[in-house]
Write a protein that binds this ligand. Structure first.
Ligand SMILES: [Zn+2]
Length: 256
């Protein structure tokens, strides 16, 4: 059934790096969005849209802004409960706050509780698509996808793989990282609006064997994305140079 939403509308019509910004965006102070069967069929001035679809039920949101959902291209949903922890440097911060919290995600009930809270918070802020890291536990991936599916959200993620320089209870192996990732990929990729992402956390926490195993999986499934981290802080960059002296730079660790 056709229906119409009224409010301010903001739409993006071109790439702001290629045309002047004011030509890439269109704002209607009194705008409308026409929706049929869950899909947007028209956006424009309210008078035009109402004239085009007479008789369609109208929901008036007044001066509220109707905009496309936001896309968060890099999130760590398991860190929801440690948001705003004291800001140490990256490597200390991981050891002090992140890893102890991530160790709890082998418990499916905890993983589901935090995943539910994460998606409720992101949705309340207008974020309708998220790309997230998880933990080494398959339960953390199951919880993320299940909670996104329940809310009808577009969500992407994969098992976060770490087999070195990580606490014992947060370490997998090259083989288990490959096996778990493959099983989860086959279970969730392309289900509804969900996509799998192959996820070595970052170069310091994956052995050469693990990086090679995950590269092999990506070769078998080139249709999925890969995510990791690169060059966030000076200490981290120096550490990667020590760990991978054969690489010509940080990015080369992943390319090799
Ligand atoms: Zn990150």
């Amino acid at each position: 059934m056709m229906r119409i939403l009224l409010g301010q509308t903001l739409t993006f019509t071109a790439d702001p790096f290629k045309v002047p910004v004011n030509e890439a965006v269109r704002h209607e102070a009194r705008g409308a969005v026409a929706i049929e069967a869950g899909r947007i069929v028209a956006v424009g001035p309210a008078d035009d849209i109402r004239a085009a679809y007479p008789g369609a039920p109208v929901t008036d949101h007044g001066a509220a802004l109707l905009s496309p959902g936001f896309v968060d291209a890099h999130a760590h949903y398991p860190q929801t409960a440690i948001i705003a922890s004291w800001g140490k440097r990256l490597i200390d911060w991981l050891g002090s706050y992140t890893f102890p919290e991530e160790a709890r995600f082998g418990d499916a009930a905890h993983a589901n509780e935090i995943a539910a809270r994460y998606f409720d918070l992101t949705l309340a802020s207008g974020t309708t698509t998220a790309v997230s890291f998880t933990t080494i536990h398959p339960e953390s991936v199951e919880a993320y996808f299940a909670q996104a599916q329940r809310r009808g959200l577009r969500a992407l993620a994969g098992k976060t793989c770490m087999d070195t320089n990580a606490p014992g209870d947060l370490s997998d192996t090259a083989q288990s990282a490959y096996d778990d990732s493959k099983r989860l990929l086959e279970r969730w990729h392309g289900v509804g609006r969900l996509s799998y992402v192959i996820t070595p956390r970052f170069a310091p926490t994956s052995s050469r064997e693990q990086l090679a195993a995950l590269g092999g999986l990506w070769g078998e499934h080139p249709e999925v994305l890969m995510q990791t981290h690169l060059s966030e802080q000076h200490e981290e960059i120096e550490w990667v140079a020590e760990l991978f002296p054969e690489a010509k730079d940080y990015l080369d660790v992943y390319d090799a």
